[in-house]
Design a protein around this ligand. Structure first.
Ligand code: XLS
Ligand code: NI
Ligand code: NI
Length: 435
C-alpha cells in the first residue's frame, strides 16, 4: 500500500536542513557520552496510537479514515497494518515496535480464535523481523477494551475474568517470547475502582498481587529473560487506579517479593496525572532499583486526562535525559512513542513528522544533558551537599549497630549545632540555562 509520500528513509541532515522530513539533531550513529544516540534511546513505534486509533474523541468518531479500518475482512486489515508497521519503522529508522495482542489481530468469536489470529500475525512478524532486523521492545495484552473487562481484569470481582486474563496473558507472553521481545508490559487498564461503595479494595489488591506473581512464575518457567514491566497510571479510565505511581507499585512489589523480577515502564503523561514530573518518577524508580523502560509522550498541563501527545519540549526532555543517564541508561528498556497525533492531523505523513520531530527533540535533550554532565558543576554542587555523609562518624549512623541513644549522646558530647546552608536553587537553574 502506498501510504506515506516518501520512499527513502529519513536521514540526519544537520541542524540547518530545511527538508521537512529530515533529522536535524537525531544522528543515530553520533556518539554522546561514549554511546551512540541509537543505543541511548532504543526508540520504538507503538501499534495502537499509530495504526489502530482512528482519531476519535468523546464527541466524534473517525477523522483519519485509514483504509484498513474500512476493510471487510479483519484478518486482511491486520496484514495491511503489519506491512505498514514495518514500513513506518523503515522510514523512521527506528529499531523497535510494541503492541497489544488486540492491536495486531482481530478478536474472533472466542479466545481460541483470538489466540490463533494473534499467532498467525506473529508468524508474519517473525518473517519481517528476520528480513529487516527490526525488534520487539515489548508485547502486552489488552485487558481493558472488551466489555468483559469493564469491572477490571485481574482485579475483577468475578473470578472467571481473573482466569480468562491468565489465559490471555499466558498466550501473549508466549508470543512475546517467541518474537524475542525484550520486555513484557502490564498496564492495569481497568485495575481500579469507579466507586468504593461497591468495592472490596483489600480483596482486589490481593488479586493484583497474586496475578502478578503467577505471571512472574510463568515467565521463569518458559525462560523469558526480560523483565515484566508495570506501567503506573493514577486514574483514567477509573477514578483510582491501583498502579497509581512508582511509589505505590514499589509497595505492591515489596509485599509480594517481586521487586527483583518486575520493573517499571514510566510514562510522562501518567506522571503528570499523578501530580509528579517525569523526572521524579524516573529518579525514584532508579533509586529503588526498578527503572525499566519509558513511554515517551507529553501531557497537557491544562487538561486532566491522558492526551498522549508527542514529546516536543526540549528543556523538559533535557531534564528527563539527565535522569535516564543518572539511572545508568537502558538495558532491556527503551523509549516507546506511546503518543498519538492530534485528530486534525489527518495526513499519513503527519505520523512521520510527529515521530521524527520528537526524536529530534529528544536528541536535543540528550545533547543538553550530556553538556550538563560534562560541565560537571551541577553534580559537584550535589556532591558537596551530601559530602559530610562520607565522614565515618556520619556514615555509621546509617549502618546496623547505630543506636538512637548513642547518636543522641554524641550530639551532647560534641555540642553539635547544625548550620543551615543555601540550597542555591536559582544559581543552579541559571547554570542549567547557561548550558
Ligand atoms: C494507556 C497506556 C497504554 C499502555 C499499554 O494509558 O499508556 O497505552 O502503554 O497498555
Ligand atoms: Ni503507555
Ligand atoms: Ni497513556
Amino acid at each position: 500500500m502506498n501510504f506515506y509520500s516518501i520512499k527513502d528513509a529519513i536521514k540526519y541532515e544537520g541542524h540547518d536542513s530545511k527538508n521537512p522530513l529530515a533529522f536535524r539533531w537525531y544522528n543515530p550513529d553520533q556518539k554522546v557520552l561514549g554511546k551512540t544516540m541509537r543505543d541511548h534511546f532504543r526508540f520504538a513505534v507503538c501499534y495502537w496510537h499509530t495504526l489502530c486509533w482512528p482519531g476519535l474523541d468523546p464527541f466524534g468518531g473517525d477523522t483519519f479514515m485509514r483504509p484498513w479500518h474500512h476493510m471487510a475482512d479483519p484478518m486482511e486489515a491486520a496484514k495491511v497494518k503489519a506491512d505498514l508497521m514495518f514500513e513506518t519503522l523503515r522510514l523512521l529508522d527506528i529499531d523497535f515496535f510494541c503492541f497489544h495482542d488486540l492491536d495486531i489481530a482481530p478478536e474472533g468469536k472466542n479466545l481460541k480464535e483470538f489466540n490463533a489470529n494473534v499467532t498467525a500475525i506473529a508468524k508474519i512478524f517473525e518473517k519481517k523481523m528476520a528480513q529487516s532486523g527490526k525488534k520487539l521492545l515489548w508485547g502486552t495484552a489488552n485487558m481493558f477494551s472488551n466489555r468483559r473487562f469493564m469491572a477490571g481484569a485481574a482485579t475483577n470481582p468475578d473470578p472467571d475474568v481473573f482466569a480468562y486474563c491468565a489465559a490471555q496473558v499466558k498466550h501473549c507472553l508466549d508470543v512475546t517470547k517467541d518474537l524475542g521481545g525484550e520486555n513484557y508490559v502490564m498496564w492495569g487498564g481497568r485495575e481500579g475502582y469507579e466507586t468504593l461503595i461497591n468495592t472490596n479494595i483489600g480483596h482486589e489488591l490481593k488479586q493484583a498481587g497474586r496475578f502478578l506473581s503467577l505471571a512472574v512464575e510463568y515467565k521463569h518457567k518458559i525462560g523469558f529473560k526480560g523483565p515484566i514491566l508495570i506501567e503506573p497510571k493514577p486514574k483514567e479510565p477509573t477514578v483510582h487506579q491501583y498502579d497509581f505511581d512508582v511509589a505505590s507499585i514499589y509497595g505492591l512489589l515489596k509485599s509480594y517479593g517481586l521487586e527483583n523480577d518486575v520493573k517499571l515502564n514510566i510514562e510522562q503523561n501518567h506522571a503528570i496525572l499523578a501530580g509528579h514530573t517525569f523526572q521524579h518518577e524516573i529518579a525514584l524508580a532508579a533509586a529503588l532499583g526498578i527503572f525499566g523502560s519509558l513511554d515517551l509522550n507529553r501531557g497537557d498541563y491544562l487538561l486532566g486526562w491522558d492526551t498522549d501527545q508527542f514529546a516536543m519540549n526540549v528543556p523538559e526532555l533535557t531534564l528527563m535525559m539527565l535522569e535516564v543517564i543518572r539511572a545508568g541508561g537502558f538495558t532491556t528498556g527503551g523509549m516507546n512513542f506511546d503518543a498519538k497525533i492530534r485528530r486534525q492531523s489527518i495526513d499519513p505523513d503527519d505520523l512521520l513528522h510527529a515521530h521524527a520531530a520528537s526524536m529530534d527533540a529528544t536528541a536535543r535533550g540528550l545533547l543538553g544533558a550530556a553538556k550538563i554532565i560534562e560541565d560537571g558543576r551541577l553534580q559537584a554542587e550535589v556532591d558537596k551537599r551530601y559530602a559530610k555523609w562520607s565522614e565515618p562518624v556520619n556514615k555509621a549512623m546509617l549502618e546496623k549497630g547505630a543506636a538512637l541513644e548513642a547518636i543522641a549522646a554524641r550530639v551532647h558530647k560534641d555540642a553539635i549545632e547544625p548550620q543551615p546552608k543555601s540550597g542555591r536553587q536559582e544559581y543552579l537553574e541559571n547554570l542549567l540555562n547557561q548550558v
